[in-house]
Every structure is written in structure tokens, then in C-alpha cells.
Design a protein around this ligand. Structure first.
Ligand code: G
Ligand code: G
Ligand code: MN
Ligand code: NA
Length: 255
């Protein structure tokens, strides 16, 4: 049997789950959001990394039902934390290109919000640069419809794409996520990555976008990001992605 035939049954067999990685506001140190990340635990194969199964899900089209499940699950989880009296957290969900191009996307997002009761401003959708430049006109329509609902929009892996920067001005975006490759290399001798991180922060702020650094693992990176007025950070330095129960415990400590 192939991995894709296993993946076909993963949803119905309840083998998929989400883990949540905290996002921290740099000036206050408070947790302001989480990124929801998919995991697949197969009974025989064990935990299969998303790097292996997301591309497969894309190829087979399974990403659409799987992505819909992830979106709903994240919204229900975030709404449940609120109903338990925990501080409201923004929850960010990754969208893949096929999901973004799916004509049902806007309705899927609306349904997830309505059924879960999660306030729209607490849902963030993460897109990548490549997705945005594919068909500018329809992209604009989709982004406008999502924004009209009240969700926020972030560009993931920013700096690794090959798009022109002009789209940043025209699309209704809220946040740039600096790709972790730049953040990880920031302290290295060449200094190129540090310059890129600084430039992305300045670019974001000049366009009135907020900016979050991914892949923050060390104190020196935190110091650099603070010094250059980065708004938020995410990475192993603060926390690995956590199962919902562990994240809830962390939230309780934050109160
Ligand atoms: O922890 P990490 O290994 O989770 O993620 C690896 C890759 O998988 C990242 O590029 C991430 O964006 C992607 N990914 C994680 N969860 C999802 C998801 O729910 N949907 C999509 N489309 N991609 C995801
Ligand atoms: O592509 P996307 O940004 O959605 O993927 C996030 C990925 O980054 C996940 O695989 C997540 O596990 C990983 N990640 C999160 N924090 C860190 C970190 O501090 N260092 C590294 N190397 N990876 C991280
Ligand atoms: Mn992401
Ligand atoms: Na990323």
C-alpha cells in the first residue's frame, strides 16, 4: 500500500490532529496567538511529518478536505479556549495553493466561523507569495471576500518567494512572517540574513503591516528582533508546537 492510500483514510480514521505553536509579542512578552500545524499519526507508521504528507495531499487533491478539517478544528479549539475563560488567542491556519484556488474557500471559512462561534478577527489565514501572483484578479477577489468577513491575512515564508513586491500594496494584507531561514542565519558572519530581516521589518512597517519572525531559537535573535522593532516572534526559543492540552496549560499560566 502506498502512503497516499493511507492518507485517503487518515481523516475518517481520526489519525490527523493539530499542534499549536505560540506567537509572542516582543515588547510585552505575552502570547498573542498560535499557529495551528497539522500532524498525522498512522497506527503502524507512527507520526508522519507534514513535509512528507502535505505535498502528497496537494498532488492528490486530498488537501481540500484535509484543509477544511484543519480549519474547522482550529476554529473550534480556539473558541473552546475562550469559552473556558482563557485569554482570547488569534489562531493562524495555513492554506495551500489548491485550497486557496478552490471556489468553495470563502464559504468554508464562513461556515467554520459560524459553527464554532469564533470571532472572525481571531482567525488568521497564512498564504504564501507564490499563491498570490498566480491569478491577480481572482486572488484579489478572494482576499477581499475574506477580509470583508473580518479574518486577518498573513504572508508565510516571506522573502523566499519570487514575486514582485508591488502586490503587497494592492492586496488587503495584515502581517508578514519572516521566513525562518533568514532568522536562523541571522547571527552568522556574512550578515546578509540580518540585513534581510531588518529590511523586511522596515518594509512591513512602511506598508502598515505587522511583522512576525519565525524560527526564533536563541536569545541573541530575540535581542536583534527587539532592537529592530519586530512586532512578534515564534519559535523553539519560546515553545515548540504543542498539543491542545499542553497549550491550554500554558495559557492558564499566562493569566
Ligand atoms: O511543523 P511543521 O513541520 O509543521 O510544518 C511543515 C510544513 O507543513 C510547513 O510548511 C507548514 O506550513 C505546513 N503545514 C502545516 N500544517 C499545515 C496545514 O494545516 N495546511 C497546510 N496547507 N500546510 C500545513
Ligand atoms: O512553513 P511554515 O512556516 O508554516 O512552517 C512552520 C514550520 O517551522 C513548522 O515545521 C514548525 O515546526 C517549524 N518551526 C517552528 N519553530 C521553529 C524553530 O524555532 N526552528 C526551526 N528550525 N523550525 C521551527
Ligand atoms: Mn505557516
Ligand atoms: Na514559514
Amino acid at each position: 500500500l502506498t502512503l497516499s492510500s493511507y492518507l485517503r483514510h487518515a481523516l475518517e480514521r481520526d489519525e490527523l490532529y493539530l499542534v499549536y505553536q505560540p506567537q509572542i509579542r516582543l515588547v510585552t512578552g505575552e502570547m498573542v496567538g498560535v499557529e495551528a500545524l497539522l500532524r498525522w499519526k498512522h497506527p503502524d507508521l507512527g507520526v508522519i511529518a507534514p513535509d512528507r504528507f502535505i505535498p502528497l495531499a496537494e498532488e492528490t487533491g486530498l488537501i481540500v478536505p484535509i484543509g477544511t478539517w484543519a480549519l474547522k478544528e482550529a476554529c473550534f479549539q480556539a473558541a473552546q479556549w475562550i469559552s473556558r475563560g482563557l485569554p482570547p488567542m488569534r489562531v493562524a491556519v495555513n492554506l495551500s495553493a489548491k485550497q486557496f484556488r478552490n471556489p468553495g474557500l470563502v464559504a468554508t471559512v464562513r461556515t467554520a466561523l459560524e459553527q464554532s462561534g469564533l470571532p472572525a478577527h481571531l482567525l488568521e489565514l497564512e498564504l504564501t507569495e507564490g499563491m498570490l501572483i498566480e491569478n491577480i484578479a481572482s486572488t484579489h477577489e478572494t482576499l477581499k471576500a475574506l477580509k470583508a468577513m473580518g479574518v486577518t491575512l498573513a504572508i508565510d515564508d516571506f522573502g523566499t518567494g519570487y514575486s514582485s513586491l508591488s502586490y503587497l500594496k494592492h492586496f488587503p494584507l495584515d502581517r508578514l512572517k519572516i521566513d525562518k531561514s533568514f532568522v536562523l542565519e541571522m547571527a552568522e558572519k556574512s550578515g546578509d540574513s540580518a540585513a534581510i530581516v531588518q529590511a523586511i521589518i522596515a518594509l512591513a512597517h512602511s506598508l502598515k503591516l505587522t511583522v512576525i519572525a519565525e524560527g526564533v531559537e536563541r536569545q541573541d535573535q530575540v535581542a536583534f528582533l527587539k532592537q529592530h522593532c519586530c512586532d512578534e516572534m515564534q519559535g523553539f526559543f519560546f515553545s515548540r508546537p504543542l498539543k491542545s492540552e499542553a497549550l491550554e496549560e500554558l495559557l492558564q499560566k499566562c493569566m
